[in-house]
Design a protein around this ligand. Structure first.
Ligand SMILES: Nc1nc2c(c(=O)[nH]1)N[C@H]1C(S)=C(S)[C@@H](COP(=O)(O)OP(=O)(O)OC[C@H]3O[C@@H](n4cnc5c(=O)[nH]c(N)nc54)[C@H](O)[C@@H]3O)O[C@H]1N2
Ligand SMILES: Nc1nc2c(c(=O)[nH]1)N[C@H]1C(S)=C(S)[C@@H](COP(=O)(O)OP(=O)(O)OC[C@H]3O[C@@H](n4cnc5c(=O)[nH]c(N)nc54)[C@H](O)[C@@H]3O)O[C@H]1N2
Ligand SMILES: [Mo]
Length: 772
């Protein structure tokens, strides 16, 4: 197997660097596939620039001094997907019934192009038919008024701007519900809960400046090369300064191994590349709490020895004393933990964990980046708490170059929460909203994603309004969800492209096509801009630059305002028409509700690089229950204490994103980095497990979830692909594997579905049943 310069083994599936020529070729391919006109290709030059638009792909920070091309392969694909020359007009729907479209592949639905006009489902013809905007708003308003607000769900996928999101939550609350689930309920909610408890802020504390000051970075369960590639620039800079990067990931992801900068002529013309990870530990899925425990154990052991010998302390004793609680109980737990248990659950040797601890103890400022590999587990919140414990040991929060860094998903998912999209009343400034808009907001807790779908299955939901997203694909237990979704009275979808959730519709259903953020948004008061918050808590303006997909699409702020106006009627204290003709007015209201963060938003949103939100934890002010940063010992070191005892034939399935998808949007059937082409019904498995289960490459298997709740959850036709992955762990694609994920298999405290650790059996091989 190929070795890279520093002894970290390369990926066998993709022994090259991420970025590089492969990346440029992929960008060119995406632009050609979508037939993006040459004129619009220059749009990419405006991506993530202070005067341009914020990329619609990931939420990574936008630097103040951007590169000439401040975009990446994933961002360029997402841009091409929105700028496509293809259109899905009402005439398209004349030709296809909804039942026929249900047989289409997800990729083909979106690939057919941008939606161009509002549509209403017509049961007589089983077709979506054109409808005027006014008729659509009036009918939706009438329907919503007739329903019990407690039975209506307002979902937000994390792309919509701060302005849209603020109006959306206000609309839902004026209507009478806190049912405001969002995509972070399936994503970084374990962060929102875990970091809030530990440091008093539900978001990461680092900014781009910290990359210049850090001495060491950890990467836990985040696939930077595919999901936040612009971050590779900062990682590359840090690596050039000699900063080590220690990665914990069951798969050898090429983006975490090495990177060739497509924007550096030298690196493109020579075999030069930057090694990203200096240590790479292929832990078992769900092994993170155990692995971090092992590192903490080595650190505390070294400190105990230093005390015995009268040597300088390893722990940051001053920080622990002044700023934290719970250290003694945590340290006792760690001292008592057994290395055998740690090695078994983590699947990483003591020597390797001690090597990680050695680096950690040498560094003065440490950042811990993490993603879905940490949060999407039954113990997702505990995993986040363990990362905080590790950082606290050496005072690595609230100082330059250090801190937790949850790498967020959707481009404004963090910002939506900041402006009130949450089902938890205690996280929304309800009193403030009440006095600002003279109404009585509902005080009872609303439903998050898992709770909303449990209620839907029980017949307790009547309508869903979707601000983006594709829920019937993205949530767990799809086969139980789809029939429940079909029983809804009303489904309203604000979307750019057609997807499965629009086809599995309620009794009444509307599709309201919206502008993409890349497009020019002209309203009565002139051209509009919007704002959003990135993964590092910085707030930016974004201005569209491309021609709208059609004259009959509307902006998200307009659509939300009109839904509100037509639902709330004359009684509403908000002049929705004024707001949606001049978004600056909405920003003024946001600034009134949240003055600490958003004062002067209208001017400050154009600060190059954005302006940082108010975050007391950055100054070591802890808004936790105890007023201190809180250590917490784990409940158990296993990933899933509630599952039935495993037998030797059980496997743990993690569901992954490919290189060519954005969540449920599948750009193509390629996963270049993992060497998989033309197909997504694939299971990655190591040779040892293949031998144990008597399988050959390309065998087709059926997986069944191990659960004793009376439901049989199966996915068939999955092709076996030999892969470098720890024994007992297998990987498949999201959303194809979602029927295997039980709704209740989610983190206790955050309800984030355990998508990275689904216990399964192989129950069929090439059509022949198997005993388990
Ligand atoms: N191009 C592109 N960009 C995206 C997205 C996209 O779909 N496409 N989605 C966006 C969204 S919404 C999000 S949330 C982010 C998601 O970005 P990530 O957080 O990177 O999420 P995933 O790709 O699901 O998986 C992350 C990694 O976790 C590893 N992993 C799996 N199980 C474990 C485990 O138990 N422990 C550890 N340590 N690692 C594990 C996997 O091998 C994988 O490398 O990306 C955002 N950006
Ligand atoms: N098994 C498994 N399940 C998972 C995950 C996993 O790793 N494994 N990841 C989870 C995560 S992290 C997330 S965030 C969720 C995501 O779940 P969702 O939020 O449901 O899904 P998306 O795929 O991001 O939504 C795609 C749709 O959004 C619409 N859209 C695109 N751009 C815009 C826009 O600008 N405005 C509007 N209004 N609509 C737009 C398009 O119609 C598109 O079809 O899935 C979760 N589900
Ligand atoms: Mo996400």
């Amino acid at each position: 197997m190929a070795e890279s310069d520093n002894g970290v083994r390369k990926s066998t599936a993709y022994p090259y660097s991420s970025g590089g020529w492969g990346s440029l070729k992929a960008v060119a391919g995406a632009l050609a596939q979508e037939k993006v006109p040459l004129k619009e290709i220059t749009v990419l030059l405006k991506q993530n620039k202070p005067d341009g638009f914020a990329c619609v792909s990931c939420s990574w920070a936008k630097p103040a001094d951007p590169h000439m091309f401040e975009f990446c392969e994933s961002g360029a694909k997402a841009t091409a997907w929105d700028l496509t020359a293809k259109r899905m007009t009402p005439q398209f729907f004349d030709l296809h019934t909804v039942t026929q479209l249900c047989a289409w592949h997800d990729h083909d639905l979106e690939e057919a192009g941008r939606l161009t006009a509002p549509l209403r489902y017509d049961p007589a013809s089983d077709k979506y038919v054109g409808v005027s905007w006014e008729e659509a708003f009036e009918d939706i308003g009438r329907e919503l008024r007739a329903l019990d607000p407690g039975r209506v769900v307002f979902y937000a996928s994390g792309r919509a701007s701060l302005e849209t999101s603020y109006m959306y939550q206000l609309f839902a609350r004026m209507y009478g519900t806190n049912n405001l689930p969002d995509s972070s309920n399936m994503c970084h909610e374990s962060t929102s809960v875990g970091l809030k408890e530990a440091i008093g802020a539900g978001v990461g504390t680092i900014t781009l400046d910290d990359f210049e000051k850090t001495d060491l970075m950890f990467f836990f369960g985040q696939n930077v090369g595919t999901n936040s590639p612009r971050m590779l620039h900062q990682l590359q800079e840090a690596r050039k300064r000699g900063v080590p990067i220690i990665t914990f990931n069951p798969l050898r992801e090429p983006g975490l191994l090495q990177f060739a900068n497509p924007q550096s002529p030298v690196e493109m013309m020579t075999p030069a590349h930057t090694v990203i990870s200096t240590q790479y530990h292929q832990l078992k899925t769900g092994g993170d709490t155990a692995a971090i425990l092992g590192i903490c154990k080595a650190v505390i052991h070294a400190d105990d020895r230093a005390v015995e010998r009268g040597e300088p302390r390893i722990l940051d004793v001053a920080f622990i004393q002044e700023h934290t609680t719970g250290f003694e109980a945590f340290a006792d737990y760690v001292r008592a933990a057994s290395w055998d248990d740690i090695e078994r659950v983590a699947g990483v040797s003591r020597a390797d964990l001690e090597a990680a601890a050695e680096e950690y103890m040498r560094a003065n400022a440490v950042i811990a980046h993490y993603g879905m590999g940490i949060t999407q587990h039954r113990q997702g919140v505990q995993n986040v708490r363990m990362l905080c414990n590790l950082l606290f040991l050496r005072g690595n929060v609230g100082k330059p170059g250090a801190g937790p860094s949850p790498v967020r998903g959707h481009s404004n998912v963090q910002g939506q929460r900041t402006v009130g999209i949450t089902e938890k009343p205690e996280l929304a400034p309800l009193d403030k909203l009440a006095s600002q808009f003279d109404f009585e907001p509902p005080r009872e807790k609303g439903m998050n994603v898992v709770e909303a779908f449990e209620a839907m299955i029980d017949g307790k939901v009547s309508a869903v309004v979707n601000l983006g997203g594709n829920l019937v694909r993205s949530v767990p237990d799809r086969l139980r969800i789809e029939p429940a979704w079909r029983n809804l009275k009303l489904t309203v979808n604000v979307a750019t492209k057609l997807n499965r959730s629009h086809l599995v519709h309620g009794e009444k259903s509307y599709i309201l096509p919206c502008l993409s953020r890349i497009e020019i948004d002209m309203r009565e008061s002139g051209e509009q801009a919007v704002s959003m918050e990135d993964s590092t808590g910085c707030i930016h303006g974004s201005r569209g630059v491309a021609e709208p997909a059609s004259p009959d699409v509307r902006s998200e702020p307009y659509i939300v305002a009109q839904l509100a106006k037509h639902t709330l009627g004359e009684g509403s204290t908000v002049d929705w028409d004024r707001w949606c003709n001049d978004y600056a007015l909405v920003r003024e209201e946001i600034a009134k509700t949240y003055p600490e963060t958003f004062h002067g938003l209208n001017e400050r949103m154009w600060t190059p690089g954005g302006f940082p939100r108010d975050l007391p934890a950055r100054e070591r002010k802890w808004q936790t229950k105890s007023g201190k940063a809180e250590f917490k010992a784990p409940e158990s070191i296993g990933e899933d204490p509630d599952m039935p005892e495993r037998d030797s034939r059980s496997l743990r399935l993690m569901t992954l994103r490919s290189d060519s998808q954005f969540n449920t949007t599948i750009y193509s059937l390629e996963d270049r980095f993992r060497g998989i082409r033309g197909e997504r019904m694939v299971i990655l498995m190591c040779e040892a497990d293949m031998a144990q289960h008597g399988l050959k490459k390309d065998d087709r298997v059926t997986l069944q979830t191990i659960a004793d709740d009376g439901f049989q959850r199966r996915v068939a036709g999955l092709r076996i692909q030999p892969y470098d992955i720890p024994a007992g762990c297998i990987a498949g694609y999201y959303p194809e594997c979602n029927p295997l994920l039980p709704l209740w298999h989610c983190a206790k405290e955050s309800k984030v579905p355990g998508a990275k650790s689904i216990p399964v059996h192989i129950v069929e091989v090439n059509g022949t049943p198997r005993e388990v």
